[in-house]
Design a protein around this ligand. Structure first.
Ligand code: ADP
Ligand code: MG
Length: 641
């Protein structure tokens, strides 16, 4: 499809030249100049493969070198901690769900395997499976109850169950009460006993690295984009068809299971378990590690766990000597460090480590974009049939919404026919956005009736309405600023994919993912923004952000598109180009309901217009009729002058 936006006509289309410039061609915002980090936020090591290779080599060789046993032990702990922190990184860093209770899940994994292997003589490998199952059940119950809580209640709830789980463990006779369980056997791996630190080292780090890889794969996938929306874009994600509660449960389970694996390793490293390493204090320390490492990057988990373990041990040695008395002084220092970090380096140490490594081993500057969808021959996603032109597609009947005493939408009725662009205009506060929210299920109506393609959708959540082919943009742009423009747009195609969490972690979702990305590219190109595909969405200026929202909505292959002030913040030429895109979409059979203040834009584009004032339906007619109406003129003059 031809680029219709003016900006891309001035610049070569990156899809045909195949290379993507390292810096965006257009100055997109003031924010981008402040950041010294590379603009792409894809979860890849920016430092390039060299740094990763060096790190892997060091890891692989460490136990073979004449390194003191102390450091092997340290490395083992760092590996086990990293597994827990990886889970927290997804749960807290990405999904925004703070948990102080991860140590309790470590405990479940550790106690299950300790009990089964020492008392009943079962293989530790069975202990692993059993531990994961116990954790799954407990986490499912706890998650089901606590994840519906909002704000500060969730972290408080995690503290509550962390304490009670620990207390339960410490008071069960079968678990040895406060003494715990002794004589836990070592893990055997094809006849090789992993009894000493150097041999279990490899198992620990294999688990940690596989965990990191799985998490990284997950975050860069269809379910991953939904998870990344949990942190602050749930309304938008729901409107794109995502069940956000389901994904909250999924990340909660994932974090619990990673912690459980860590506990399994821990039990067989220590060869004994007791309640103290699984208490609230350790839960807080895991969270500390996640914050120190940087809660939004996978490799930050290792940095966080490593820095924490080394510093804590040094402090434990140093502080009592300095202060001349015994005590857990290190916890005070760590607390102070945490507060300072949150204030001065809220993204943790990983970005700094990344910058350093990028300086040592500069990555190649330009990275190539794959060919565009048409050129690379990726099969397009199937499309839904468009309704027959002229049939009533959206019927709104005496729709009403009250906020306390304020009637924001007052018994409004209108019908939109398939293939039509309808305008919804009116002064500020007339109730247009609220009407959009009611139709799309973001808000539920106080009374009235909404029918979409013959289906009554009253009271449906927005994700269910989205399945019927309704997609929308928001008056105040809703996006995931840390994702690229392309990924944000691809979230719009959520309902057109199938891949779940497990497939994504195992990287079995690539064929579908390519289709989704190709579709996102197609929509970005249609809107003239393909050259910004790899830009961080948060770096865009307001105009392009709005266009990105339109591309995202189009990515869902809608039959009805709701656009709330799409032209606000656009320059004249961009507005003209947008109008051209919308005309083309109408040509293709799409129906559009449009709120817009720019009267030239509305009058030149719409087939019919509904005028609202103070929540009521003032009049309805063609653009000419509306322009000629004295009532409409009075409404606008009355409020705006
Ligand atoms: P418009 O989009 O036409 O400018 P809105 O639909 O945003 O108008 O708002 C209509 C009226 O409803 C306004 O008076 C606004 O203050 C009020 N309103 C909108 N959303 C809410 C809300 N969530 N809670 C309370 N009042 C609201
Ligand atoms: Mg509005």
């Amino acid at each position: 499809m031809r680029d219709v936006m003016t900006r891309s006509a001035e610049t070569p289309d990156p899809a045909t030249t195949s290379t993507h410039p390292a810096t965006p061609m257009t100055p997109v915002s003031s924010k981008s100049s402040k950041s010294s980090m590379p603009s792409s936020s894809r979860l890849t090591t920016q430092a390039g493969p060299i740094a990763a290779g060096v790190a892997l080599l060091v890891l692989a060789l460490l136990p073979l070198l004449p390194v003191p046993e102390f450091w092997i032990t340290q490395a083992n702990y760092i590996g086990m901690f990293s597994l827990v922190v990886l889970g927290l990184l997804v749960l807290t860093g990405v999904a925004g769900l703070t948990s102080f209770g991860q140590a309790a899940f470590v405990g479940l994994g550790a106690y299950t395997t300790a009990l089964l292997s020492s008392r009943y003589g079962l293989s530790p490998w069975l202990g692993l499976v059993a531990g994961l199952m116990v954790t799954l059940v407990v986490a499912l119950v706890l998650g089901w109850i606590t994840l519906r809580m909002s704000g500060h209640y969730l972290p408080l709830a995690t503290i509550a169950w962390a304490l009670s789980l620990n207390y339960t463990i410490a008071n069960l006779d079968v678990l040895g009460k406060y003494d715990g369980i002794l004589g836990v056997p070592a893990i055997e791996f094809f006849g090789i006993s992993l009894a000493d630190g150097r041999s279990i080292y490899y198992l620990i780090w294999l688990c940690a690295l596989l965990g990191a890889l799985a998490v990284r794969h997950l975050l860069d996938s269809r379910p991953g984009r939904a998870i990344r929306a949990l942190g602050g874009a749930t309304v938008m994600a729901e409107a794109m068809g995502v069940s956000t509660f389901r994904y909250k449960v999924i990340v909660f389970l994932l974090a619990a299971l990673l912690a459980s694996v860590s506990g399994w390793l821990f039990a067989h490293v220590q060869r004994t378990v007791n309640p103290s390493p699984f208490g609230l204090r350790m839960g807080i320390e895991y969270l500390f590690m996640a914050v120190v490492g940087g809660v939004s990057q996978v490799w930050g988990a290792f940095v966080g766990a490593g820095v924490f373990k080394v510093i804590e041990d040094q402090l434990k040695e140093l502080l009592p000597r300095l202060l001349g008395s015994n005590g857990n002084f290190e916890i005070i220092v760590l607390g102070v460090v945490l507060v300072l970090m949150l204030k001065y380096a809220p993204k943790g140490l990983w970005p700094a480590a990344q910058l350093l490594s990028a300086r040592l081993w500069p990555a190649p500057a330009a990275h190539t974009r794959p060919l565009s969808a048409e050129e690379s021959g990726i099969a397009p996603l199937p499309r839904r049939p468009q309704p027959e032109r002229g049939m009533p597609l959206l019927r709104v009947d005496r729709l009403r919404k009250q906020f306390g005493g304020l009637v924001a939408v007052n018994d409004v009725s209108f019908t939109l026919h398939a293939g039509e662009i309808m305008g919804l205009i009116g002064p500020n506060g007339a109730g247009k956005s609220t009407t959009f929210n009611l139709i799309s299920g973001v808000l539920s109506a106080s009374s009235g009736h909404i029918e979409l393609a013959g289906t009554p959708v009253n009271g449906w959540p927005s994700r269910r309405i989205a399945r019927l082919g309704l997609s929308r943009t928001f008056q105040h742009v809703k996006m995931i600023p840390d994702m690229t423009v392309l990924e944000n747009v691809a979230l719009g195609g959520y309902l057109r994919g199938r891949s779940g969490t497990l497939r994504a972690m195992l990287r079995l979702d690539r064929a579908e993912e390519r289709q989704l990305m190709a579709e996102a590219e197609r929509q970005l190109r249609r809107i003239g923004m393909l050259h910004l595909a790899d830009e961080r969405a948060g770096n865009l200026a307001l105009g392009p952000q709005r266009l990105m929202e339109i591309a995202r909505a189009l990515c869902s292959d809608p039959t009805l598109l709701l656009l709330d002030e799409p032209a606000a913040g656009l320059r004249l030429k961009e507005k003209q180009a947008l109008a051209e895109v919308l005309r083309q979409l109408r040509q293709e059979g799409l129906s559009i309901l449009l709120v817009e203040h720019d009267m030239d834009f509305v009058m030149g584009l719409t087939d019919r217009i509904v005028v609202m004032e103070f929540g009521t339906h003032l009049m309805e007619g063609t653009p000419e009729e509306v322009q000629a109406s004295p009532a409409v003129r009075a409404a606008y003059l009355g409020t705006e002058h």
